[in-house]
Each structure stands twice: as C-alpha cells, then as structure tokens.
Ligand binder design. Structure first.
Ligand SMILES: *[C@@H]1O[C@H](CO)[C@@H](O)[C@H](O)[C@H]1NC(C)=O
Ligand SMILES: *[C@@H]1O[C@H](CO)[C@@H](O)[C@H](O)[C@H]1NC(C)=O
Length: 391
C-alpha cells in the first residue's frame, strides 16, 4: 500500500504541474501597453500564479522568454572548469568541445573580518563604498564579451568558446562568466571567499549586466545594479513613454544601435515593445527571493529615472507575493555625477550589505526611496494585483 503522505504529495505535485503551460517553440507576439502581469500565465490560460510552485514554473518561463527574445541563451556549465590561485589572482579556465578560454580575476581582501569572506563581484571598477569584512573581486566582463559598439558582437572569450554567431548578447555572456567564476570559487577554498555570500555590482552599462547576472545566477545572494538605466532597472514600455519621441531618454530602439549588449533577436521587437510578453520588472523579479537593491540617479534623463522608479516599484510585487518584500529595495537619489556614489544613499546600501552579505539580523531593510520626489503613479501602469503565494 502506498503511504498516504506520499500519495498526497504526488497528487499535489501533479496538480501543480497541470498549471504549468508548455511554452511555444517561438513566442507569440502580445499587445500589452501597460506593465505585464508577472502572475498571469504565458501562453494565456485561466487562473493566475497562486502558489510558490506556480511561481517556480512561471519564473522559468520568464527566464526562457527573456533569453529567446532579448538576451540570447546562457549556456549551461562548461564541461570542465578549472581554477588556480596565485597570490590574489584567481585564474579560471573553462573548456567545452575541445576549446578552452582563460580569464583572471583579482581579489582584494578586507583588512578585517573573518574567513571565508563574503565578497562583491564588480564589473569593471567598483564604484560603491564597501564596509569592512567584505572582499572585492574585480571581474573582467569586457574580456568575456566586448562592449565597444555594435561591432563588438561575437567578440570576446565567450565567443571564442561558443562561436561568434552564438545568440548571446554581452549581458548574458557576462552572466555565464560569473557562473564559471562561482564554480571556481566553490572548488578553490584556498581563495577564502564564501560562495554563499556573494554580491554583484556594476555601474551604468555594467549595472545592466549586474542586474542580468543576478537574475540568471541563483548563487548571487545580493544584486546591486547602480545607475543601470534603460536595459537595466528601466522597463522598456516606460522608457518609450518617458521619452515621448523626444530622443532624451534611451529607448529599446536606440539601445540596439549603441552596443552589442542584447541578442540580435531583440531587434525584431524594439520598435514595438508592447509585443514583449514581459518587461524589466519581471527580469528583476527573477532575483526573488534573493536580495536586490536598485541604486538609481535622477540626474540623467537619458537613464530614464522616472521609468526606473516605476519599474522597480512594480518589480517589488514579486517579493511581496513571496512574503519577503524587505529583500527588495530601490533608491532613486537626487542629482549627482554619474557613477559617483552619493552620501544620501549610504544607509540604504549599508543595511543591504549588512543583512545579506554579512548576515546581521534585525536590520530594517525597507528601502523605497524617491529622494528627489519624482513620484510615479503606479495605478496608471499596473492593472494587476499582487497575490499571496501559498506554499
Ligand atoms: C578540470 O576540472 C574538471 C571538472 O570540471 C576535472 O574533471 C579535471 O580533472 C580538471 N582538470 C585539471 C587539469 O585539473
Ligand atoms: C522600517 O523603515 C521604513 C522606512 O523608513 C519605515 O516606514 C518602517 O516603519 C520601519 N519599520 C520598522 C519595523 O521600524
């Protein structure tokens, strides 16, 4: 006789699976003018996401759609990853199908703290103040996938390994590199880095990359995109609206002419982003229930500050549905120079690092800051409510 608990478990499992629709091989185009409902099904079917299991299915679908339509494919773990530590340099080799590529990261250890250290992986130069006890790992994202301009497409170590015509744009190629780095940290305990307490950051273009890496690498505990603008914390639909045809805010149709950050597949949608079955509040939502603090700056219209405020506020719904809204914060500062971190946001950053990298308990991580008082009317863009997802 089947023990009843097993039987009930199997029944619950099959009911949950019945909710999870099969994605079409190529996505059908939508016409959604407001921010899409993260808790609806795609393709459309009755009911909404109502449990944590439903969300796991929906989350996979959103990740697939983002790769198919916008970012390109993030390959699985390469068949071999090897790392050697020499001083404070970790040298990482990834091999696949007879080819291999090697890149180095440099580790800056904190003067105090305890080993293994939590660490912040920084794309390019770190532009956030880091508290004591946290290491910094400088990640050479520009070597993994070049980002000079559109002629960078297919260039960099990622493409040496997978071929210049791989679908991946630079943002998802960098995320692959971060996954390989974390594999290497896990297999190199002598590096004294705690792979369960890692953050990722980057500013501006590298901030777009940090958000994508947090979304596509579940071992990142804390994602800290800084002034990531359009292509990062900004929703495509909101950028088009904020720009209003003026050319003062970066939009999807403009961004694909600037660089090779996205898959070339994205170019089919950039003139009508309402066709996308998702927007960047759902990219950010892939990070839940892990921690995200989006750090933005009102000073640059090009970065779409109003769009980023609205997009991140909408993203917070995913954490709310899981009952962990205090793991998602957004902070829009008053005007300051691009990629210089203002004192104003210091306490917002500190509580996130203390709580999610250094493991301090009991801090108040409710951060929903609009320092310039820009205001965003969510009711004009969000026509769905936030379900409470059952276990
Ligand atoms: C490299 O790593 C793979 C596992 O990813 C392992 O099987 C192999 O032995 C390693 N090679 C060397 C030279 O250490
Ligand atoms: C946490 O901080 C938020 C924002 O400053 C505040 O509204 C809230 O009351 C605080 N919660 C607690 C429990 O102190």
């Amino acid at each position: 006789m089947v023990p009843s608990s097993l039987f009930i478990g199997a029944l619950v499992f099959s009911l949950a699976q019945a909710q999870c629709p099969t994605l079409p091989a190529s996505p059908a185009l939508e016409d959604i003018s407001l921010l899409p409902d993260p808790f609806s099904w795609y393709p459309a079917q009755d009911g909404r996401v109502s449990s944590v299991d439903d969300w796991a299915c929906r989350r996979e679908h959103i990740a697939t759609l983002l790769q198919q339509m916008e970012l390109g494919e993030k390959p699985p773990t390469p068949s071999s990853v090897n790392a050697t530590l020499s001083g404070t340099t970790l040298s990482v080799t990834a091999s696949e199908a007879g080819k291999s590529v090697t890149f180095d990261v440099s580790i800056t250890y904190p003067p105090t703290g305890s080993t293994p250290y939590p660490a912040i992986i920084a794309y390019g130069d770190l532009s956030l103040p880091i508290p004591d006890g946290v290491a910094t790992i400088t990640f050479p994202n520009d070597l993994i996938a070049l980002q000079t301009d559109t002629s960078s497409r297919g260039k960099g170590l990622f493409y040496d390994l997978y071929g210049a015509d791989h679908t991946a744009g630079a943002l998802i190629a960098w995320a692959w590199g971060v996954s390989v780095l974390i594999d290497s940290l896990e297999s190199t305990p002598s590096a004294e880095i705690d792979p369960t307490h890692l953050a990722i950051t980057g500013c501006s273009r590298n901030g777009k990359g940090a958000l994508v890496a947090g979304a596509f690498e579940p071992r990142i505990a804390l994602t800290l995109p800084q002034e990531s603008g359009t292509g990062g914390s900004v929703c495509w639909r909101l950028a088009d609206s904020e720009d209003g045809g003026s050319g003062s805010v970066q939009t999807a149709s403009q961004i694909v002419t600037e660089n090779a950050w996205f898959s070339s597949a994205f170019e089919a949608y950039t003139n009508n982003v309402n066709e996308l079955p998702y927007d960047h509040h759902m990219l950010a939502g892939l990070i839940a229930p892990r921690a995200l603090l989006s750090i933005d700056n009102v000073g640059y219209e090009w970065l779409g500050p109003w769009s980023s405020l609205g997009c991140m506020r909408a993203a917070r719904a995913v954490w709310e549905s899981l009952g962990v809204e205090n793991r998602m914060g957004y902070s829009l500062s008053t005007d300051h120079n691009h990629c210089t971190f203002p004192e104003e946001q210091g306490k917002d950053l500190v509580v996130f690092i203390q709580s999610f990298l250094l493991g301090k308990e009991g801090l108040n991580t409710t951060v929903e800051k609009d320092y310039p008082g820009l205001a965003f009317d969510s009711s004009a863009w969000v026509d769905w409510d936030v379900p409470v997802l059952s276990n």
